[in-house]
Every structure is written in structure tokens, then in C-alpha cells.
Design a protein around this ligand. Structure first.
Ligand code: F6P
Length: 342
């Protein structure tokens, strides 16, 4: 059986009516941009791509976070690659305050692309895994001039979502609403090759991922849930749990798509003005679609992530995602707590 490239996979999906020619082109362009980002990431210190952007003064993005050179490079690669193909109406990026409509010089398409160009960027300088996350929405019909408000669509309306993991190998994991599929970059051929079709997340797990250093800032039900995981065979769960934390969501979610687990970034009191750390549009929604398409679940501790109606482009949410039974258990702790409080 010859290897199935991403191109062939998408053409077959198009024949099945799962993807339009424009969406296929869009996904191919994003994949090509990810190859370029993979090359930049891979150069490391030899490519003068490490460290902070903006020289000595530094550069702060719209999230109030210091921008790394690779954040800026990856953002530019994605914007440039997607400007001229005629498949997009606008892009929105975690690194930009507002959406960027396609320049007037190029034809405009019917899709909106949302991306976190380089997620987990604190891992860049230590040569650990990082990734690109993306989500595709439809541009509302009859839109003359695209604005941020046109992007504010619930995650269940996404037509595609994916990420590219820059790890020991570069992997693209993609869903167009018909399962979640994993492709590995064949560096000699320069193409993504299908290496795992229809990923399935085991429903149960003995592994969790959370930044434990925030424990004292969590709300009571999150404290209670994690305390019961840590109690292992001595507690109500009756089994021991292992913990892993890569500090790059793409790598943590990739592990969960590969062997199960629960990933948690809960609300905490460190900065009560922020309803979570992770961004709904750039991180939670695309990951939730990938996880649900692989048989898992994703909530904010109370509500399905994909049903949240966004109120701003850079909105933050708590995230609980992964093995279905475990996410339901964690969500149950929060809902019961709310019920008791009421
Ligand atoms: O965007 C945020 C991110 O880098 C995620 O990729 C990752 O899961 C998380 O932040 C790591 O957070 P912390 O620094 O608290 O470990």
C-alpha cells in the first residue's frame, strides 16, 4: 500500500464531499506554512531565531506576554502564505490585536482562519516541543468588510481544526469533522504522510496533566478533584494516577490523542480578572474539535467548550479535555459544587 500524502487524503475527502476545493487549498497552504515554521524551529541557535523579539526593548503582544522571535516569524509565515490564494476572507492570530482582512490586491474567499502561530513558546529556548494551532470558520454570508465580530462563532461551527507539533518529528493532526487523522512530515520527500487515521482516545485513563504549582489558587471543586486523583488507591478513585506536563498544549494534547489522559488548565485566583489562561478561539476550540472527533470530551469544567458563544477574539476559558469518562468525572465535581452552593 503506497503512503497516503496529505494531498491525496484531502483529494479523497473532496471526492466524498467532506471538503470544498477552497477548504482543501486552504489546508494545504496551512500545511505548507507549517513546514516552513518547522524549518525555522529546527534551525535553533544556528538560525538566530531564539530569544525575545524586539531587541533589547522587547516586544509585548496583545495578550501582555513577551513575544519570542519565533512567535513573530511564525505569525508572518502564516499571514504571508495565506494572503494570496483566494480561499480566505481574513486571518486572526493570538499575536495580533485585531483580525487582518486579506489585502485588496488579492481575491477574497469565504473562510476565516484563526491561529496560534507558536504555542508553548516558553519551550523554544530549551529546545523542547512547540506547535502551531489553527481553526477554520466560515465567513458569514454577505460580509462586505470583515471585522473581529465575524469571528465570534461557537466552536461547533468550525469546519476544520488542527495543529502541527514540532517535536522529534513534525506532525500535523487534522480534522474536517470526519475523524481526527495524524500525518508525519517526511523530511526527505517534503510531504506530510498519513501515519494514523481515525485516532481514538481511550475513554478511561490513569494519567492527568496540570500545572500543580497553581494548586493553592484553584477553586474548591478543582482542588477536590485533583486531591482525589493524587490520593490514588487510598482515595475514592481507587486507582493510582500518573502526571505529565510538557507546558506546551500541543504536546500535552498530542500525548492524550495518542494514549489518553486528561489535560486541565483550570480557572485560578492568581489573576481573577482572567477567566482561565488558554484562549477560546486559538487553543480551546480547535483542540476541543480534534478531541471530540477522536471520541474524547472537552469542557470548561461546566459546559461543553464547543457550545461556548465567544464574546471577544482573545477570550480566555478554563479547559478540561481528553478521555471522555475522566472529563465527565472532573466536570461532575464542578457541577455538584455549583448545585450544593445553590
Ligand atoms: O498558551 C499557553 C501555554 O503555553 C500552553 O501551550 C501551555 O499548556 C500553557 O501555556 C503552559 O502554562 P504554564 O506556563 O502555566 O505551565
Amino acid at each position: 500500500m503506497p503512503a497516503i500524502s496529505l494531498t491525496r487524503h484531502l483529494i479523497e475527502e473532496q471526492r466524498l464531499g467532506h471538503v470544498t476545493p477552497d477548504l482543501r487549498l486552504l489546508l494545504e497552504v496551512v500545511a505548507r506554512a507549517c513546514k516552513r515554521i518547522s524549518v525555522a524551529v529546527g534551525k535553533g541557535a544556528l538560525g538566530d531565531v531564539l530569544g525575545e523579539a524586539g531587541g533589547e526593548a522587547g516586544s509585548i503582544n496583545v495578550q501582555g506576554e513577551a513575544q519570542k522571535k519565533l512567535d513573530v516569524i511564525s505569525n508572518e509565515i502564516l499571514l504571508e502564505a495565506n494572503a494570496w490564494g483566494g480561499h480566505l476572507a481574513a486571518c486572526a492570530s493570538e499575536e495580533m490585536a485585531h483580525c487582518e482582512p486579506i489585502p485588496d490586491a488579492f481575491p477574497r474567499g469565504n473562510y476565516l482562519l484563526v491561529f496560534d502561530p507558536l504555542d508553548g513558546s516558553s519551550n523554544i529556548d530549551i529546545n523542547a516541543s512547540v506547535g502551531t494551532i489553527f481553526s477554520v470558520l466560515r465567513c458569514p454570508e454577505g460580509t462586505a468588510a470583515v471585522e473581529d465580530a465575524h469571528f465570534l462563532q461557537a466552536g461547533r461551527t468550525q469546519v476544520a481544526a488542527g495543529y502541527c507539533l514540532y517535536g522529534p518529528s513534525t506532525m500535523l493532526v487534522l480534522t474536517i469533522g470526519h475523524g481526527t487523522h495524524a500525518f508525519t512530515l517526511d523530511r526527505e520527500q517534503g510531504s506530510f504522510v498519513l501515519t494514523r487515521a481515525h485516532l481514538r482516545i481511550p475513554e478511561t485513563t490513569r494519567e492527568f496533566a496540570i500545572n500543580m504549582s497553581n494548586q493553592r489558587h484553584w477553586e474548591a471543586p478543582t482542588q477536590a478533584y485533583v486531591a482525589d486523583l493524587l490520593a490514588g488507591t487510598d482515595g475514592p478513585r481507587g486507582k493510582d494516577f500518573n502526571m505529565r506536563w510538557v507546558a506546551a498544549m500541543v504536546a500535552d494534547v498530542h500525548r492524550i490523542l495518542t494514549r489518553g489522559g486528561i489535560f486541565i488548565y483550570p480557572w485560578d485566583r492568581k489573576d481573577p480578572s482572567k477567566p482561565g489562561k488558554l484562549r477560546l478561539m486559538y487553543e480551546a476550540n480547535p483542540m476541543a474539535m480534534l478531541v471530540e472527533q477522536a471520541g474524547g470530551a472537552a469542557t470548561n469544567g461546566r459546559t461543553r467548550i464547543l457550545d461556548i458563544e465567544p464574546d471577544s477574539l482573545h477570550q480566555r476559558v478554563p479547559v478540561f479535555l481528553g478521555s471522555r469518562d475522566e472529563v465527565e468525572t472532573a466536570t461532575g465535581y464542578h457541577l455538584r459544587h455549583d448545585g450544593d452552593a445553590a
